[in-house]
Design a binder for this molecule. Structure first.
Ligand code: PLP
Length: 376
C-alpha cells in the first residue's frame, strides 16, 4: 500500500528559500501589480524560453481565452471540441457566442479537421481547437480550412506549455493561442495564463483589454476586463522557469516508467503522441477498452480504493453538461468518438515529484485487475 494519497498531479514547487529573494524585491519596490518589473521580466523570459514572437500574461487561462475572443471580435458561431475542460466552452458562452461541437479524432483526441467543414454556416467566425493533453492538433489542416472560409483560429493551448513541432513552439499557430499556468499545469504560477500573439500591435491591443481598456488617466477605449497577472504570481513564474526543464525531464521519466510497466496489457491503450517532436508530458491518458477485465469506471474506483486519484478527463463531455444542452450550443453531427473517449479514458497520475515506487504501485493496481492476479 502507498503511504499517502496520490493525486492526478502535484504542483511543482521549487525550494521555498529560493522564493524569498523575489518577495524581498517586491517588498522593496512596493509594486504589486499593473505591469510591474516581475511581470515584464516574466514576459521577456517566456518569450525567449518558448521562442514565440509576443506573449501577454494573464491572471488565469480562462480570462486569457475570453480576452482572445474579444481581441479578435469573434461572434456568431465557433467550432470547437466537446472533449475538453469546460472553460473552453464557457469562454464562448461568456462572449455570447454559440459553441458548435464537432467530433474528435480517436487517435489524437483533438478536433477532427475532416469534420469541421460540414459544421460551417454563414454565422461561423472562428475555430477554437484544443491541443488536448498537450498533443498538437493537425494545425496545417485546420489553417487550410480557416483560410478557405476566412475564419479565425484561436487555440486553447492550456495544456501545451513547451510543446514543439518541427518548426518550433506549437503556440505560434493560429491567430492566437491561450495558455494556462494553473497549479495543475506543467508550468504554474499558482493561478495564471497568457496569450501568445504574432506581433507587438496585437499585444498592445490585448494588454489594453486586460487592463479595463484604459489608455491613460482620462481615456478608456474598450470595455476591457481585469486580466492582469500580479507581481507575486509573475515572480513565482520566474523561479519556476529556472526549474522547468528539470521538472519536464522528471515527467518524461515517469512517462517512460508507465510505458515500461503497462505495455502489452490487454485492453489498455497507452498514449500515442508521435506527431510532436518535443512533448511536455502533461498527462498520461490511457484508454480502457472492452478487452480489459473491468470497465474504465471500475478501474477508477479500484484505484481510489488504493488512494490513487486518477481522473476521467474529459468526462462528461462539455456538450453533455446541462448548460450546453439548450439553444446556446449546437452539435451538427453525432459526437461518437468524443463519447467513446469520455467513457474510456483515464488519466493516471503524473508529476515531477511522482516517485518510481509510486508509479510501480499504480501500475500494479492496473495489472492486478487486468490479469486477475492477486495483489499482496
Ligand atoms: C483545456 C483547458 N482550457 C482552459 C483551462 C482554463 O485555465 P485556467 O484554469 O487557468 O483558467 C483549462 C484548465 O484549467 C484547461 O484544461
Amino acid at each position: 500500500m502507498n503511504d499517502k494519497p496520490i493525486y492526478v498531479t502535484e504542483p511543482y514547487l521549487p525550494p521555498l528559500d529560493e522564493f524569498i529573494p523575489y518577495l524581498e524585491q517586491i517588498w522593496a519596490s512596493k509594486k504589486l501589480t499593473n505591469n510591474g518589473p516581475m511581470h515584464q521580466q516574466l514576459e521577456a523570459a517566456l518569450r525567449d524560453y518558448l521562442g514565440v514572437p509576443e506573449i501577454a500574461l494573464f491572471n488565469n487561462g480562462t480570462i486569457a481565452l475570453l480576452t482572445a475572443l474579444q481581441a479578435l471580435r469573434i461572434s456568431g458561431e465557433v467550432i470547437t471540441t466537446p472533449f475538453s475542460f469546460v472553460a473552453t466552452g464557457h469562454s464562448l458562452l461568456w462572449n455570447g457566442i454559440t459553441p458548435v461541437f464537432v467530433d474528435i479524432d480517436p487517435q489524437t483526441f483533438n478536433l477532427d479537421p475532416e469534420k469541421i467543414e460540414a459544421a460551417i454556416t454563414p454565422r461561423t467566425t472562428a475555430i477554437m481547437p484544443v491541443h488536448c493533453y498537450g498533443n498538437p492538433c493537425d494545425v496545417a489542416a485546420i489553417q487550410e480550412i480557416a483560410d478557405t472560409y476566412n475564419l479565425k483560429v484561436i487555440y486553447d493551448a492550456a495544456h501545451a506549455f513547451g510543446v514543439e513541432d518541427e518548426g518550433g513552439s506549437i503556440l505560434r499557430h493560429g491567430d492566437l493561442s491561450a495558455i494556462s499556468f494553473h497549479a495543475t499545469k506543467v508550468f504554474n504560477t499558482f493561478e495564471g495564463g497568457a496569450i501568445v500573439c504574432p506581433d507587438a500591435k496585437t499585444k498592445r491591443h490585448i494588454d489594453n483589454l486586460k487592463n479595463f481598456g484604459i489608455v491613460n488617466e482620462t481615456t478608456v477605449v474598450a470595455s476591457g476586463i481585469n486580466g492582469k497577472m500580479s507581481e507575486i504570481n509573475a515572480a513565482f513564474g520566474l523561479l519556476q522557469l529556472k526549474h522547468i526543464d528539470c521538472a519536464i525531464r522528471r515527467r518524461e521519466e515517469v512517462d517512460r516508467l508507465y510505458r515500461r510497466n503497462l505495455e502489452g496489457i490487454k485492453g489498455i491503450r497507452l498514449p500515442d503522441f508521435q506527431a510532436q517532436t518535443v512533448s511536455n508530458y502533461a498527462y498520461f491518458p490511457v484508454r480502457v477498452s472492452h478487452d480489459y477485465a473491468v470497465s474504465r469506471d471500475e478501474l477508477y474506483e479500484r484505484l481510489r480504493a488504493h488512494d490513487v486519484y486518477a481522473r476521467r478527463y474529459f468526462y462528461p463531455l462539455i456538450s453533455d453538461h446541462a448548460v450546453y444542452r439548450g439553444a446556446e450550443s449546437r452539435s451538427p453531427s453525432p459526437l461518437s468518438h468524443a463519447h467513446s473517449a469520455a467513457d474510456e479514458v483515464i488519466c493516471l497520475p503524473i508529476s515531477a515529484s511522482l516517485s518510481a515506487h509510486q508509479v510501480e504501485f499504480i501500475c500494479q493496481v492496473v495489472k492486478e485487475h487486468g490479469y486477475g492476479v492477486s495483489y499482496g
